[in-house]
Each structure stands twice: as structure tokens, then as C-alpha cells.
Design a protein around this ligand. Structure first.
Ligand SMILES: [Zn+2]
Length: 451
């Protein structure tokens, strides 16, 4: 993160998406504190000393839902058939192997991969708190602090969503894998989470793993902890129909209704997935302005289904996007999948504009993570942005005026060239400035936790 002694900087972008249009010859000035002090379109050629960005500049992407260690599963879980639940068994084996040191190494590489994809802030939904068998570490937050440090090393912002995870299911104690996740009860979770400290690049939020994992009478403890701090609160919601059935059996209501009953919904809450909802659920979520975090590449990878994002947005819920299990880390792919899923489900096109999809990936994602001052190219915002090349085999062709459409419907993470966080170049010409070989870093880190 930039220090206060850093001097003011100028960036010059041949094209920049300044919601809702693409402007040309845009001069972006940034203070020593890493905030945008001016955005000037039609500024003429790049001034001497300005950092010239490539192609189209966009606000930084927010990855609103991440479990960093799931990256170790990529490619290792695609042989054979199975369900979400068989995938989860493999995921638990990786969780069993992680230590504070190996998680720092792995998460640094994963967040560096995110930076290369244009992501400037991540929401880490973190539940791997304790040592083997559930024994707390001497520093009970050492795993969360490893994630905060990893984001620092990778040069991106993080909201650590410290997750309350107490049960294997309704009325079931944690299984042997889940003992590392559990604090025993929500009061103990709150006491431990209160020890986490924000840093310049890091904010602290809370999460309820799911209605399966937190007994109903303890949900309000987590909600109140977040409410007192005005911190983001995230929750996995109705990703699987089995969760809905079990909740109905235990409590006679849907998971959404249970969350509403215990004060979990609201504008600082993000419901992740929200795949299998009733009409009543949709109304409860959207009328409370609860943010919805869709994770389309994970939802299709895990055969979850397609959630009613359009109806939720129409009712008043902002939409954010996350790469969740990291089967893919590509915010452009997540954004276009939102529209393309709706096309497959309805046999009609044009549910979301490119600008609306970019807003989900940027401004609304940052809002979901408690960074409302990021995600827009405007004076006063944090100087977090990324640029994509408009002359690659994927992006060449359309007029630069169609930059938003090109970004969403043609670009991939591989087209990202420059990434700036707090006024500092984290990626330059497609290369990470602090992690020279991200592929090698990922390979080494994954080897350490899978062999
Ligand atoms: Zn998740």
C-alpha cells in the first residue's frame, strides 16, 4: 500500500470507461495518499512523466467471494462424476493439510493471480481458523492474519470475512474436518474475531457460513457483531436444494426466511449464490436491499443451478460477483456469465447491459466488501483501476466506443495489462511487479498442500 510520503502521480489512458460511457485521452491524477484527485477526458497527448496505461482503463475489479485454498482443487476435481457433496470431500482434504505458513504461500500466489486478472479487492470468506483437531493456535487469528498478509504481498485490498462455522448441519456437531472451523459457539467466535485488526489494505467483516453451520438461535450474535461495527456480513444462501429441504424440516421455513427472522438481512449483508429461492425469499432479499453475490463459474462447475439474479436486481438488490472456488479467476467471465446464464434459461438475449455487468464487477462489488470509496473512476475515489488491451486476438475489432461491451463479452483475464491499487502499479504490461512468476508460485504452493 502507498505510504503518505509517496508523491502525486499522473496516469494517462487512451480510453477509460467512466460509467456509463467510454472517454478518450483521459488523464487520471492521484494523490500521494492513493486517491484520485482528477479525471480529465479529452486531455490531449500523455504529459511528460505520466504513466501511460494500455487500451481501455476500468475501475478495479472486486472479487466479492473467495475461498483462497480452493484454488488447489482446480483441475484436480474434474475426473469422473459426482455432486457438490463429493467435491466437498476433496476440498476438506486440502483444508486438513494447510498450516499458517503454507496458507500464506498459497494465498499470496492466488491473490497474485487475481491481481493479474484486474482484481484490486477480494472478499475472503475465511473459516479455516484453528489447528488440526480444532486446537486453537497460540495466536488464534494466525490463519486470518496470513490471508491479510498474503493480500499485502500480492498488492491488493482484502476484506477478511471472518466466518462463524459451528455445525455440520441442523442439530449436528462439526465433523472431524470441520473442527478446524469451529469456535464452539457464536460468542466465542465473536471474541476471537474481535482480535482481528484492520490494516491500510485490509478491512474486517463477518460471515455466517450458512444456516446449516450456525444454529438459528446464534445467528443474531453474528449479525449484531457486524452491525455494531457497520461491517459487511456475508452468508452462503440456498446454493443447494438439500439445504432448503433440511432447513424446512428443522425450522419450517426457508433459509432466507430464517435469516430474515434473525436479523441477518439488510444493505450491509451479502447473500452468496441465492440460487434456489421462492417468490417470498426473493421479496425478502430485494426489499431489504440485501446484496446478492453471484458466482457463476463456480455455480456451473458445481452443478448448482442458475439463481434469479435479474429478479433480485429488479426488486432492489445490488449484484456483486465472486470467483468462490476459483475453478476460474476471471472477472470478465463472471460478468458475462450472468447474462449468458439468463439467456440459456429464458431463450432470450439482453437481460443486462454491459455497463450494468461492469458495475456489478466493480462498484457494487466494492460496496459489498465495505470499500464504498472504490470501484469508480472519479475524483475522491481510491486510485484502484485496471486496463485491458484492445488489440489482442480476443479484443481486436470493435470500436473503442464499445469498450464496455468488449470488456464484458470478449475480454478475458489474459487481456489485463496494468493494475493500479492505491496509486501503485501492481501489474505492469501483464506482469506482476512483486511476484515475478505467478504460475510457478501457484505450482509450488499447491504442491506443498497436495503432496
Ligand atoms: Zn463460497
Amino acid at each position: 500500500m502507498p505510504s503518505v510520503t509517496q508523491s502525486a502521480t499522473q496516469f494517462w489512458a487512451p480510453h477509460a470507461w467512466i460509467d456509463p460511457v467510454v472517454e478518450f485521452d483521459v488523464l487520471i491524477t492521484v494523490s500521494g495518499e492513493g486517491r484520485i484527485t482528477g479525471v480529465t477526458p479529452d486531455s490531449g497527448p500523455a504529459p511528460d512523466g505520466a504513466t501511460v496505461l494500455t487500451g481501455l482503463t476500468l475501475p478495479g475489479m472486486a472479487n466479492a467471494h473467495s475461498h483462497a485454498f480452493h484454488r488447489a482443487l482446480r483441475g484436480n476435481v474434474q475426473v469422473g462424476s459426482g455432486t457438490f457433496w463429493t467435491w466437498r470431500d476433496t476440498m476438506y482434504r486440502i483444508a486438513d493439510a494447510l498450516t499458517p505458513d503454507s496458507y500464506l504461500e498459497l494465498a499470496t500466489a492466488v491473490y497474485a493471480e487475481m491481481a493479474l486478472a484486474g482484481i484490486t479487492a477480494v472478499g475472503e470468506f475465511h473459516y479455516l481458523h484453528h489447528g488440526p483437531g480444532g486446537k486453537p493456535y497460540a495466536d488464534p487469528n494466525v490463519m486470518g492474519e496470513a490471508l491479510i498478509e498474503a493480500a499485502s504481498r500480492a498488492g491488493i485490498r482484502i476484506t477478511l470475512l471472518d466466518t462463524c462455522y459451528l455445525a455440520a448441519g441442523f442439530g449436528e456437531p462439526p465433523n472431524r474436518h470441520q473442527q478446524r472451523f469451529s469456535d464452539g459457539d457464536a460468542e466465542a467466535w465473536a471474541a476471537r474475531a474481535s482480535g482481528l485488526k484492520p490494516r491500510a489494505h485490509a478491512r474486517i467483516g463477518a460471515a455466517v457460513h450458512s444456516v446449516r453451520a450456525v444454529p438459528a438461535e446464534q445467528l443474531s450474535t453474528v449479525a449484531e457483531w457486524a452491525g455494531e461495527r457497520r461491517a459487511p456480513l456475508h452468508v452462503h444462501l440456498s446454493e443447494q436444494t438439500a439445504e432448503n429441504g433440511a432447513c424446512q424440516e428443522a425450522h419450517g421455513v426457508s433459509p432466507t426466511q430464517l435469516l430474515a427472522r434473525h436479523g441477518v438481512l439488510g444493505p450491509r449483508t451479502s447473500a452468496v449464490h441465492a440460487t434456489h429461492l421462492t417468490d417470498t425469499d426473493i421479496k425478502l432479499l430485494s426489499s431489504s436491499s440485501t446484496v446478492i453475490c453471484m458466482c457463476p463459474t463456480t455455480e456451473r462447475d458445481l452443478a448448482d443451478g442458475i439463481g434469479p439474479a435479474r429478479r433480485l436486481a429488479d426488486g432492489g438488490s445490488p449484484i456483486s460477483l465472486g470467483s468462490d472456488s476459483h475453478a476460474v479467476i476471471d472477472p470478465f467471465e463472471e460478468a458475462r456469465a450472468l447474462e449468458l446464464n439468463e439467456r440459456l434459461a429464458t431463450q432470450r438475449r439482453g437481460h443486462w447491459t454491459a455497463a450494468a455487468l461492469l458495475r456489478a464487477a466493480t462498484e457494487d462489488g466494492h460496496g459489498s466488501l465495505g470499500w464504498p470509496e472504490s470501484g469508480r473512476l472519479e475524483r475522491g475515489a481510491l486510485a484502484d483501476f485496471c486496463s485491458i488491451a484492445l488489440d489482442t486476438p480476443r479484443t481486436a475489432g470493435p470500436s473503442a466506443r464499445l469498450g464496455a461491451e468488449t470488456a464484458v463479452f470478449a475480454a478475458s483475464a489474459g487481456d489485463v495489462r496494468d493494475v493500479v491499487v492505491g496509486g501503485r502499479l501492481v501489474v505492469r504490461d501483464g506482469a506482476h511487479t512483486a511476484v515475478p512468476d505467478v504460475g510457478a508460485a501457484l505450482a509450488a504452493a499447491i504442491k506443498h498442500v497436495t503432496t
